[in-house]
Design a protein around this ligand. Structure first.
Ligand code: SF4
Length: 237
């Protein structure tokens, strides 16, 4: 079992500017940003600017830049893909059916990350196994599609994250104070109650959804094919 710092240091030292922390500024991502800053070498911090982020997340980017003296790289989706998707299915297509929600995540997140990864050899994310059933098998270091995906916090609990955050006075996304336990796009995330799971506030209207956007876990084969068809229909429309 490797320590979180050890994994992060390996990524930073081994790959330099071809390594980045990819984060949406939730507590886990912030632990990684803080840890990387303490390790001394400059680290790239990249975020997916989906076009549907809450204003609090944009404020958080400014907070991070001021605190750590870095420039957050905000990467947006392809504007033509977004325009065609919205034209075909509406701005809030994610409410209509799971496949359209996954299409929106595909266009605004997954395809953006794929583009980012063409310029990286390794990246780090804040996944924890204890966040959800779907994350129980997360590896600390995984070599996927020719890239190293590091999850230094895979074995951490929410309490570990909290302890690190408080001890190091790490900036906290303001939506946590409003009862959020997971933070993504504004229309697809809500606060949760004490009885609900950590990711219950994501796409809460879905009965059959898996609470994942496809960034970390590919959807099942049939869904992948449907998404491929939908994306290619959009681009050929
Ligand atoms: S979280 Fe919602 S708005 Fe954001 S990309 Fe996914 S479906 Fe679209």
């Amino acid at each position: 079992m490797l320590g979180a710092e050890e994994i992060l240091r390996w990524g930073m030292n081994e790959f330099g500017p071809r390594f980045a922390v990819v984060t949406s500024f939730q507590k886990e991502g912030m632990v990684l940003v803080d840890m990387a800053a303490r390790l001394g070498s400059p680290v790239r911090v990249i975020t997916l600017n989906t076009g549907r982020l809450p204003t609090e997340t944009h404020a958080m980017m400014a907070t991070v830049e001021a605190r750590y003296g870095i420039t957050v790289e905000r990467i947006a989706p392809d504007p033509v893909e977004v325009e065609k998707m919205v034209e075909a299915h509406g701005l809030d297509l994610f409410r209509k059916e799971v496949v359209l929600r996954k299409l929106c995540c595909q266009v605004r997140k997954v395809r953006v990350l794929d583009r980012i990864l063409t310029h990286l050899d390794a990246y780090s994310v804040g996944l924890r196994r204890s966040q959800a059933e779907s994350r129980e098998a997360v590896e600390q270091k995984a070599f996927i599609g020719g890239k190293w995906k590091l999850s230094p916090l895979a074995l951490w609990t929410a309490a570990d994250v909290e302890e690190y955050t408080v001890r190091n006075d790490v900036p906290v996304h303001p939506l946590y104070a409003q009862g959020y336990t997971s933070i993504g796009c504004a229309p697809c995330t809500r606060a949760v109650t004490a009885e609900e799971g950590e990711r219950a506030g994501r796409w809460w209207w879905e009965v059959e959804g898996d609470k994942e956007c496809g960034l970390h876990f590919s959807p099942e084969g049939k869904m992948v094919r449907e998404l491929d068809v939908l994306v290619s229909e959009l681009m050929n429309a």
